[in-house]
Design a protein around this ligand. Structure first.
Ligand code: ZN
Length: 364
């Protein structure tokens, strides 16, 4: 069975033109079936066993048609999604692959009216499969520079550790981020299977990253309950929470997130398609917004969740009744809670306010 989130109307002209930022977006999750097929043709051999710590890479050299790639992106639970993610990362091997994927991501962001994005890169996965990250980063940066030139989209990188690989691997990710911090690397995050590794394990890793000036975010409360979010805010001091889907189960936690002004990187389609949220209508995005939390809308892995950022905004309007003014507030939140320096934040916010003022003037 494939779950779809239809029907939802096409993104409105208002939503497409609304200046916005995306704060929860995985580079690997932007790889379309077409690009995945192309990458598989570039690399028709399995990953080498040397240094590679994946248990099973037997499928990693399979050449995929576009239809095969579509089939990989159809799954019904979180485990299936992780396998799809693995199928992509196994085929992103060279700097040229990272350059291509970055550039194509920025083309799409531009089409969505996104002015700025903070993009997770699974550095932990690169280490795990035995590749050196430095040359791949050069490819990413080439793609970013070309994308910025051609599409005027700003991108900052967040290096993502994989929680079920453990804290020592996460520390390597932090040190890699520190080496490249002057080159648009702004912070660290942690993703992967929450059931296998609780936030407390990474307390020292996050303390170290913060002391060195990196910004902090963490996936939490996606596939497990509120305790993971408590850990992310109390043990890791995360400034933003990725997903935060299960915070609503604990009223005290919702109050605390509001009191500390910790932003929620909400990913509606992602939560439904992984089965972490049992039904679209049950998603807490509206409850969080009404409770005064700083909510932002995001796609997580748009190609794998068959969505776009404008579609997420339209979904918020169609299913959760967000008015255009409320969507504008969500877009405002996305700039306010970005990890941009203050002057850049102000620049983007003033573009948003000018855009909104223009719309108001044309309506009167
Ligand atoms: Zn994510």
């Amino acid at each position: 069975m494939t779950i779809t989130l239809d029907p939802v109307s096409q993104p409105s002209a208002f939503i497409r033109a609304l200046p916005k930022a995306e704060l929860h977006l995985h580079l690997e999750g932007t790889v379309t079936p077409q690009t995945l097929s192309l990458l598989s043709q570039r690399h028709p051999t399995p990953l080498e066993p040397n240094h590679n710590r994946y248990k099973d890479v037997s499928d990693s050299g399979r050449v995929l048609s576009v239809d095969d790639a579509h089939a990989i992106y159809k799954y019904t639970d979180f485990g299936g999604f992780l396998l799809a993610f693995k199928a992509v990362t196994e085929r992103m091997r060279d700097p040229e692959d990272y350059e291509l994927v970055t550039y194509e991501m920025m083309r799409q962001l531009h089409a969505e009216g996104v002015l700025h994005a903070e993009v997770y890169v699974s550095v932990g996965v690169v280490h795990w499969r035995g590749h050196e990250f430095g040359p791949l980063f050069e490819g990413m940066e080439r793609g970013r520079q070309r994308g910025e030139h051609d599409f005027a989209v700003s991108v900052l990188w967040i290096f993502d550790a994989v929680r079920h690989f453990g804290p020592e691997e996460a520390m390597i990710v932090v040190n890699t981020a520190l080496k490249l911090r002057k080159r648009n690397v702004v912070g660290i995050g942690i993703g992967g299977n929450e059931k296998l590794a609780s936030p407390e394990l990474f307390r020292e890793v996050y303390e170290y990253a913060a002391a060195e000036g990196l910004r902090l975010t963490a996936h939490a409360g996606e596939s497990v309950g509120p305790e993971s979010i408590w850990g992310a805010i109390n043990d890791l001091h995360a400034e933003r929470i990725g997903h935060g889907l299960h915070a609503w189960q604990d009223e005290e936690l919702v109050r605390e997130l509001g009191r500390r002004r910790i932003a929620i990187e909400a990913c509606i389609s992602s939560n439904v398609l992984t089965g972490c949220c049992l039904a679209l209508e049950q998603h807490p995005v509206r409850r969080y917004f009404d409770a005064g939390l700083i909510v932002t809308l995001n796609t997580d892995d748009p190609a794998m969740f068959h969505t776009t950022l404008t579609r997420e905004y339209q979904l918020a309007q169609d299913v959760f009744g967000f008015s255009d003014e409320e969507l504008t507030q969500l877009a405002r939140n996305s700039f306010l809670t970005s990890f941009l320096p203050e002057n850049k934040k102000r620049e983007f916010l003033s573009k948003l306010e000018t855009h909104s003022a223009g719309l108001t003037a044309s309506q009167t």
